[in-house]
Design a protein around this ligand. Sequence first.
Ligand SMILES: [Zn+2]
Ligand SMILES: [Zn+2]
Length: 366
Amino acid sequence: MVNATGGPSVLFAMANNTLFDPALPPLPSYALEPRGDFFPWISDLWLSLILPVFVYWLMSLIFHVIDVLDLFPQYRLHTPEEILRRNHASRYEVARDVVIQQIIQVATGTILALSEPPEVIGMANYDVAVWATRLRLAQRALPGFLSLLGVNATAISKSMSTTHPLLAGALAGGYYPFLSTSESAAPAFAPWETAVARVIYHVIVPGIQFSVAVFFLDSWQYFLHRLMHVNRWMYTTFHSRHHRLYVPYAYGALYNHPLEGFLLDTLGAGIAFKLTGMTVRQGTCFFAFSTIKTVDDHCGYAFPWDPLQLITSNNAAYHDIHHQTWGIKTNFSQPFFTFWDSILGTRYKGPRANRLADKNRTEKTT
Ligand SMILES: [Zn+2]
Ligand SMILES: [Zn+2]
């Protein structure tokens, strides 16, 4: 390993005669190389473009089989007869417009990908060490912070230096002289610093990226969707097409005017990806997951055991209300959470019993 920061470490003696080294542990060297593909039979780029299309039709096929065989009539939001009677678009028109949207989506993704520099790997250990350095620097502030609270960290550190050396080192401000093999050896990170840094790098940072992307896409879709209902021209020109489906079914999820599909779904997810600095693999998961969620929101069933319908209150039953004439001015939120509807007062508050399937069920049970 080469000391990337360079320069000799400076040693000095503290008043308590403990030898403390103020230098930071060196950062490891790294060598960059192009990232290989996850599967040998398809490039990561093509996977990111194809997987959302594949999962869309796979999920739709599963729900279509459930529909045709009528496997779960008890969980239907509407009767099969309603699909035929109330929808103003044929199954062919719906499938055709979805394919058009997906062609635009793949073309846009290809253009975006061509403008991206090729992904490289090899910096993971270096980046983990950078996080460990930040943890070390945060510890430097610990004695001063504790003294504000009236705690003498140095004294406590000294008293436990033999029994709990790692804790003593942290309390002293991140000094672990015993981790170096000799006086001239470079300082090293404590095992806990490396372990926490790894969790930050591999779990917390990607988690934040994913959460920000979800928040951005929800916000983007809420406000544009609501605008399309407020602006009469936008509604009649673009968004009314999606509302030809009064009784949604799985593959009607992306049945949109091509421009609306591009603006709300393709561009929204694309900006979320760019904004959060995701890798292509992270983006692939995000695009596929948001596609699955959108299909599930239109599936036409309120399953009590569907994990996608349980993790958030935005689900098929919630979005179905927006597709009804009596609920169309409410429940704009999609695809993940419902907080914008709650905050801005557009959440549907009326009874749900005026739905035909609900009425039938109520009559049967009474
Ligand atoms: Zn709408
Ligand atoms: Zn919808």
